[in-house]
Design a protein around this ligand. Structure first.
Ligand code: XUL
Ligand code: CO
Length: 436
């Protein structure tokens, strides 16, 4: 049973697909073996701090709807919040959590005070992590909520803001490292611009490149073995964000020589905002060698903003996990639920049920993806589609052994006329439907 906020709620257990218990897992059995590994170790679920414990239910038209006993800006409130957080992690049985500094400690009057409060909460976390076995998937600094960051953090026209942000990030990296965090995330919500009338874009990109290089240097100096992850998003809160999508981030990393040092944390809703599908972003990151981790949620297809809903569409989730398992699965990354309740979902039970449903959806999607992979349901037809490239002549063209003239000359000599072949899209879609 829950001890505090979740009184009367029992730990969530796997009860199988026939269970009617709304607070039981029907598809997520952490110990189930899939592709030779426990499901828990494949999915690596994490609960985020900000949406569950910090967000008040406010929207642009109204204030808070949630009344939580830990809302307040004292260290006692922060500890109460941590108690509830770990109670929730334990009831759900999730292996990981994630947080911003801003989520876990009240803002201090100075940077030094904010950092010492963060350190104090980190000690509090360390004891709880030891006791519960819950681990840190990643930590991050909030460089977007406070008004000092309104014109950006690393990309601010004021070098003092750049310096302040560096101080915060250093402290967050220290704490993440100390707590055994497996990654460190940078999401640049304010790293972008509202209008070019007051923005020097080239200069701001160079500032961001320098900032990220400083982070990478520091990681190596302190011996942090986790991955540094940038989280792409095209807009919101800033009109134009520099980390628009995976392709943009890759170009940025290449330009600043960081493509072997930094990977991406890809969020479903951000992919939709960028005009892509989630699986597009995942497949591209894998192809470019920068896939790191995911923020799992669901964006509304009609509204043009970031709705951060819990995932509930198995076929969609299956296609996303298919790209992940195909690329070899998670290493340091995992499935972080960057998702929040709807603002009318007031009860403690809602917080648990949202995650239970989401974890079940992910488990079903993952298992479908694993079966498609095992059966070569998609990889065999894909292999056949590209089989022509196995010929010696095709390989010679790709490896650079042929000039443009030689290729042209061969087409003429052999009188080559390519034969169009079906892309078989509907047949492949029907195959996917057999699994989901
Ligand atoms: C915002 C978002 C962030 C990052 C962490 O859209 O996704 O919560 O995940 O800063
Ligand atoms: Co996110």
């Amino acid at each position: 049973m829950g001890k505090g906020f979740f009184t009367d709620l029992a730990p969530v257990r796997y009860e199988g697909p026939e269970s009617l218990n709304p607070l039981a897992y029907r598809h997520y059995n952490p110990d189930e073996m899939v592709l030779g590994r426990r499901l828990e170790d494949h999915l690596r679920f994490a609960v985020c701090y900000w949406h569950n414990l910090v967000w008040t239910g406010s929207d642009p038209f109204g204030g808070y709807t949630f009344e939580r006993p830990w809302f307040g800006d004292t260290m006692d409130h922060a500890k109460r919040k941590a108690d509830v957080a770990f109670e929730m992690f334990e009831l759900l049985g999730v292996p990981f959590f994630t947080f911003h500094d801003f989520d876990v400690r009240p803002e201090g009057a100075t940077l030094a005070e904010s950092i010492s409060r963060l350190e104090e909460i980190a000690d509090y976390f360390a004891a709880k992590m030891e006791k519960t076995g819950v681990k840190l998937l990643w930590g991050t600094a909030n460089l977007f909520s406070h008004r000092r960051f309104m014109a950006g953090a690393a990309t601010n026209p004021d070098p003092d803001v750049f310096a302040y942000a560096a101080g915060l990030v250093k402290a967050c990296m220290d704490v993440t490292h100390r707590l055994g965090g497996e990654n460190y995330v940078l999401w640049g919500g304010r790293e972008g611009y509202e209008t070019l009338l007051n923005t020097d874009m080239g200069r701001e990109l160079d500032q961001l490149g320098r900032f990220l290089s400083l982070v990478v240097d520091y990681k190596h100096r302190i011996g942090f073995k986790g991955a540094i992850l940038v989280e792409p998003k095209p807009q919101e809160p800033t009109k134009h964000q520099y980390d628009f999508d995976v392709a943009t981030v890759y170009g940025f990393l290449k330009r600043y020589g960081l493509e072997n040092e930094v990977k991406v944390n890809i969020e479903q809703g951000h992919a939709i905002l960028a005009g892509h599908s989630f699986e597009h972003e995942l497949a591209l990151a894998a192809a470019l060698g920068i896939f790191g981790s995911i923020d799992m949620n669901r964006n509304d297809q009609q509204s043009g903003w970031d709705t951060d809903q819990f995932p509930n569409n198995v076929p969609e989730v299956a296609l996303a996990y298919y790209q992940i398992v195909k690329a070899g699965g998670f290493t340091s990354g995992g499935t972080n639920f960057d998702a929040k309740l709807r603002r009318q979902s007031l009860d403690p039970e809602d917080l648990l049920a949202a995650h239970v449903g989401a974890m079940d959806v992910c488990a079903r999607g993952f298992k479908a993806a694993a079966r498609m992979l095992e059966d070569k349901a998609l990889s065999r037809p894909l292999g056949e589609r590209y089989a022509g490239w196995e010929s010696a002549e095709a390989k010679a063209m790709l490896s650079g052994e042929r000039t443009l003239e030689e290729i042209a000359e061969r087409v003429m000599r052999e009188d080559i006329e390519p034969l169009p072949r079906s892309g078989r899209q509907e047949i492949l879609e029907n195959i996917v439907n057999r699994y989901v």
